[in-house]
Design a protein around this ligand. Structure first.
Ligand SMILES: Cc1cc2nc3c(=O)[nH]c(=O)nc-3n(C[C@H](O)[C@H](O)[C@H](O)COP(=O)(O)O)c2cc1C
Ligand SMILES: Nc1ncnc2c1ncn2[C@@H]1O[C@H](COP(=O)(O)OP(=O)(O)OP(=O)(O)O)[C@@H](O)[C@H]1O
Length: 306
């Protein structure tokens, strides 16, 4: 069992996270460790990967790769797919100890990069990484032709190390963004929160009728009553299953629904994890068996909710 970061004193406020598509040759961010994938929602598997990557990176820069749009959106799932829009992705990432976000435009040109071209043009030339890290299932390159064994051979050729990361499970199932999406679509926001390590964060926007709606990019929970929460404010709302959000009139005048980032849990989700900030410290365990059937030893550092 690797327990990662010990209880550290609260960090001084960090500058805004650099979001890059390449790094200049003189950038201090070159020579770092880059974790590869899409990282939609930053669930517990992602967080365990990032915690291990931070420990392995030590003093060298740690970068996270996450394309926009998500490759599955590019290939077809435009609406109602994501767990986190651009804004909440950045907010979640700023709560984790990384040094930059590599956010390439996922378009036809990028999708057509062969595994060799991705390793040469992006990892070696554009970013100058010393190490890349990914889970065992990671696929990349045109037609998803690349896997970790191929990336390892390409790294030997282009001068970077490949660090695989073992599958992390929760109650016998591999934690995945797909699993979180399924829990949300089933209305089980308590289970979604347990897989995410915090209540699901949603972007609330104005809709065409001047009312409120969940960002249409996001997964849509079924119609029903939910609690929206941000520091100091809880609002009960009804969702219509198509994204519209309507405050439930109640004895307490509605303190005013606003656009922006909210955490959301279902009305009957007593199991939802306590509201806590983005800094969830998850001890990194040996793969799979250690988490089988065990409630996750989650500890929320003393960061305020969003
Ligand atoms: C350079 C590059 C090219 C890619 N080209 C494709 C592609 O042609 N088709 C595809 O489905 N995914 C493509 N992807 C996306 C990844 O394969 C995909 O994000 C990864 O497998 C995770 O997707 P999954 O969650 O569906 O497994 C590409 C990724 C990279 C980095
Ligand atoms: N449960 C997990 N255990 C270990 N690594 C994981 C786990 N889930 C994702 N990863 C790794 O984290 C990175 C980002 O993964 P990705 O964005 O593809 O997540 P995902 O949860 O598999 O998404 P999706 O369910 O949409 O396919 C990849 O390197 C992936 O291999």
């Amino acid at each position: 069992m690797i327990s990662f970061v010990p209880d550290l004193p609260p960090r001084p406020p960090r500058p805004a996270l650099p979001v890059v598509t390449a790094l200049r040759l003189d950038s201090p961010l070159r020579g770092g460790l880059l974790v590869l994938g899409n990282f939609d929602g930053f669930h517990l598997g992602h967080r365990a990967l990032l915690a291990t990557a931070r420990k392995i990176a030590g003093a060298i820069p740690l970068g996270v790769m996450s394309c926009e749009p998500h490759p599955r959106q590019f290939f077809g799932n435009q609406q109602g797919f994501r767990l986190a829009g651009r804004q909440s992705k950045l907010r979640l990432l700023e709560g984790l100890d990384v040094d930059y976000l590599y956010q390439p435009q996922f378009d036809a040109e990028f999708a057509a990069l062969t595994p060799d071209a991705f390793a040469r043009e992006i990892l070696s030339q554009a970013l100058g990484v010393s190490t890349v890290m990914a889970g065992e299932d990671f696929r990349f390159g045109k037609g998803r032709a690349g896997d970790l064994p191929l990336l390892t051979r390409l790294g030997q050729h282009y001068g970077f190390r490949v660090q695989p990361f073992a599958d992390q499970q929760f109650a016998g199932t591999r934690v995945s963004s797909t699993g979180v999406r399924a829990a949300i679509r089933a209305g089980d926001l308590g289970h979604a929160a347990r897989l995410l390590g915090a209540p699901w964060s949603v972007d609330l926007i104005r809709d065409d009728s001047g009312g409120f709606a969940l960002d249409p990019l996001l997964c849509q929970p079924p119609a029903g009553r939910y609690i929206l929460r941000r520091p100091g404010t809880d609002i009960t709302v009804t969702l219509d299953g198509q994204g519209s959000v309507a405050p439930v009139p109640g004895p307490v005048p509605d303190p005013g629904l606003r656009c922006g980032l909210w955490q959301i849990s279902g009305m009957d989700d007593q199991r939802a994890s306590p509201v806590c900030g983005a800094n969830i410290s998850v001890p990194v365990l040996a793969p799979a068996a250690s988490w089988r059937g065990q409630p996750l030893p989650l500890a929320c550092e003393n960061t305020p909710p969003f």
